[in-house]
Ligand binder design. Structure first.
Ligand code: ZN
Length: 197
């Protein structure tokens, strides 16, 4: 496994995996998490989902997504598959779901040399659309995390009234919340609980 350019405090893992992880979490949480940060959050659908995710995905991918009328339905489906894989109860089920996505999106490893960067490995899916290309990248990113660090790196936010997912790339595997806001909420709740106790 590639172990260069690790971010301080994070696992040493292929840089392309590190880049995919925030996008995976964004997509799954936008499209499937009904409550985030203690607040009911209607999931956007179709063009609204495309617009929300395109903003997170960056210029080139965002433009491709907005130009594809099928992207909304495909994104929702991909998000559902990712969530089921991330939150699978048993390791064998999780591996089977990730493998199914790798097959379905036909992830193809190949080396890319971006401007200003040495060659690095991508895993685009071969289905011909931007969503299918991302499906291959996302599925392989999850597979590489399981390969390097086991199946305990994915979970649902432990804060009250939040069903967002997280992907834990911390060195010590300590992550339990979807983001800084829920970490703060949980700390405040624990503090109040101790004071009452
Ligand atoms: Zn949360």
């Amino acid at each position: 496994m590639t172990t260069r350019r690790g971010v301080t405090g994070q696992l040493e893992i292929a840089c392309n995996v590190t880049r995919q992880v925030p996008l995976i979490a964004d997509l799954v949480n936008m499209a499937t998490s009904q409550r985030r940060g203690g607040v009911p959050t209607p999931c956007p659908r179709d063009a609204d989902l495309v617009a929300a995710f395109a903003a997170a995905a960056g210029d080139r991918a965002g433009t491709d997504l907005r130009d594809d009328p099928a992207a909304g339905a495909q994104l929702a489906e991909l998000a559902g598959e990712l969530r089921a894989a991330l939150l699978a109860e048993h390791a064998a089920d999780q591996a089977a779901r990730i493998n199914a996505m790798i097959r379905r999106y036909r992830a193809q490893p190949y080396l890319v040399e971006d401007v200003g960067q040495p060659f690095h490995l991508h895993f685009h899916g071969q289905g011909g659309t931007r969503v299918q290309a991302m499906g291959g990248e996302f599925a392989t990113a999850l597979a590489l995390i399981v390969d390097g660090y086991g199946t305990g790196r994915f979970g649902q936010c432990a804060a009250d009234r939040c069903d967002a997912i997280y992907i834990d790339l911390t060195r010590n595997g300590s992550r339990r919340y979807c983001g800084a806001a829920c970490t703060a909420r949980a700390k405040t709740a624990a503090y109040r609980g101790r004071r009452r106790g």
